[in-house]
Design a protein around this ligand. Structure first.
Ligand code: AMP
Length: 523
């Protein structure tokens, strides 16, 4: 059956008879995968091995189901599921039929999901079976299916099992949307970054070449699939080369170390590296087979970089990206990997440092990092004004990060203009948390900051002004429980009489960060 579909591939074009260049990223993956579909693809912790043939078969059956549901080009699929092979299948099938993939973190509460449903207006919402009750009240207006590896009646898996593979790859232009990735905004609500097929393809090809990907590389994948890091950056390199992937459902240091000797590339957030350093099983011999360790999504400290090198002999390659641009810069594969820097702009990507007015600054000066290139997103979903605000007239995107470029062209990040807290690799926007804390009885006002933390990188801390008695951490967390994903909730609460403010009335968070900087240093 699969062989038949593959053999018809070259003659099946959706728009007219003539073969057109199909910019659908799925088409590039398919071409790599169908060269030898018997190749191993996913090594799973529990369920053995998937070959590329099995992956393609499941994708094509899922594509058939999506088409039965009238999911077509440009329509959105909102997905809040655990990391499983079926999740990967759903993503790739969504691309195959030309729909737009919209992944969200499984930690989001029903209130938060209601916002994404209202904003993305998906034609289909896929969630975990165990969330049916929790989400029932918010998803009555949308077609909903559950993704269940067991495949009970009424689930997406059940429909996929019953469907015949559909090999038709939807024709997509460079500029057509492939995904919307929600990133929090300073206004507190998430913004949907619209990524095109060209964004995905050009960045994947660039990274494959820059990091020297070969078909025989084996990826150690322990990142989640609802974020660009795990979904695009890590996976696309492997999928474009039809490489093997050790596909761990989550990061578990013991399981990562078990898989490591069979792998050649690992990508992770800095927390992965600090947690592995805490594990006695991390030795030189366990990392022997690894060609490169890559880190990103949050700052990698020089201490971690050095400790990793001392323990394993490997210098971690740090790179810099974001939901809106996938990857911007990377330390080199060959040549000096400098701790504390995020390396050079990828080929075709321009990076500059500018002041608030957009005036380009000299080398070494600190300013806003701005980026232009084929990796830069199309804009924020249904937020034209916000999009306009974040782009210069010459097409540079204002990232909101602060940094410098040295005389050799190396970029370093020194801070975040947008006040973002990154805890365990996840973004937390203080304003969203503050708004909800301020609603808790007994709170007069609050300021949420990120403080250095050995495990999380930064820990979310709430500085509150109580109306009466001091408030405990438990009171604050109880007040947020139903409203906010747990990674966004404070790890500590500090009660103060007043918040420090400048003459314009703005809370001086730098001051708070300075005062409480060492809060977690003894832990
Ligand atoms: P996200 O959109 O979730 O990928 O978050 C993007 C933000 O993560 C960037 O704007 C940076 O502030 C931060 N980030 C990503 N990579 C690095 C890095 N290597 N060093 C420091 N910050 C980083």
């Amino acid at each position: 059956m699969l062989k038949d579909c593959l053999s018809t591939f070259s003659t099946r074009f959706q728009d007219g008879d003539k073969p057109l260049k199909n910019s659908n990223f799925y088409s590039s993956f398919f071409q790599a995968a169908q060269v030898d579909p018997t190749r191993p693809c996913l090594h799973l912790t529990q369920d053995g091995l998937w070959t590329y043939s099995r992956l393609l078969d499941r994708i094509q059956r899922t594509a058939a189901v999506l088409r039965q549901l009238d999911i077509d080009r440009g329509q959105r699929l909102l997905v809040q599921v655990d990391k499983t092979p079926e999740n990967l299948v759903l993503y790739l099938a969504c691309l195959q039929v030309g729909a737009v993939y919209v992944p969200i973190n499984t930690a989001y509460t029903a209130d938060e999901v209601a916002y994404f449903l209202q904003d993305a207006q998906p034609e289909l919402f896929v969630h975990r079976p165990e969330d049916s009750e929790r989400l029932a009240s918010v998803c009555s207006q949308v077609t909903t299916l559950t993704l269940d590896a067991g495949g009970g009646h009424g689930t997406l898996t059940y429909a996929v099992d019953a469907a015949a593979p559909d090999d038709l790859i939807c024709h997509r232009e460079d500029d057509d949307l492939a995904a919307i990735v929600y990133t929090s905004g300073t206004t507190g609500r998430s913004k949907g970054a619209m990524l095109t097929h060209a964004n995905l393809s050009t960045n994947a090809v660039s990274l494959r070449d820059y990091w020297g990907w070969q078909a025989d590389d084996v990826l150690l994948h322990a990142l989640p699939l609802f974020h660009v890091h795990g979904l695009f950056i890590a996976l696309h390199c492997a999928l474009l080369s039809a490489s093997e992937i050790y596909f761990l459902d989550r990061f578990d240091p013991g399981k990562v170390l078990q898989a490591m000797p069979a792998c050649s590339v690992m990508m992770g957030v800095p927390t992965f590296y600090t947690r592995l350093l805490d594990h006695p099983g991390l030795t030189r011999s366990v990392t022997d087979h690894i060609r490169v360790f890559i880190s990103g999504s949050a700052p990698l400290t020089e201490q971690t970089f050095t400790a990793w090198e001392e323990r394993t002999g490997h210098r971690i390659l740090e790179r810099y990206g974001m939901s809106e641009t996938i990857i911007n810069t990377s330390n080199p594969l060959q040549g000096e990997r400098m701790p504390g820097t995020v390396g050079f702009p990828l080929p075709g990507v321009e990076v500059r440092i500018a002041d608030e007015a957009g005036e380009v600054l000299a080398s070494g000066e600190v300013g806003g990092i701005e980026v232009r290139g084929p990796n830069v997103f199309k804009g924020y979903w249904r937020m034209p004004e916000k999009t306009l605000e974040e782009f210069r007239s010459d097409g540079f995107f204002i990232t909101g990060d602060l940094g410098t470029i040295d005389e050799h062209g190396r970029v370093s990040i020194v801070g975040r203009a947008k006040d973002l807290v990154i805890s365990g690799g996840y973004n937390v926007y203080p304003k969203e948390v503050e708004k909800l804390i301020d609603e808790i009885p007994g709170v007069s006002e609050s300021a949420v900051i990120g403080l250095p933390h050995a495990d999380f990188g930064e820990a979310v801390v709430a500085v509150v002004v109580p109306t009466g008695d001091p408030l405990s951490l438990q009171t604050i967390r109880d007040g947020l429980k139903e409203k906010l994903a747990s990674f966004k909730q404070p790890k500590w609460v500090i009660n103060v009489d007043v918040l420090p403010r400048n003459t314009m009335g703005k809370v001086q968070k730098n001051e708070l960060r300075q005062i409480y900087n060492d809060l977690f240093s003894g832990q």
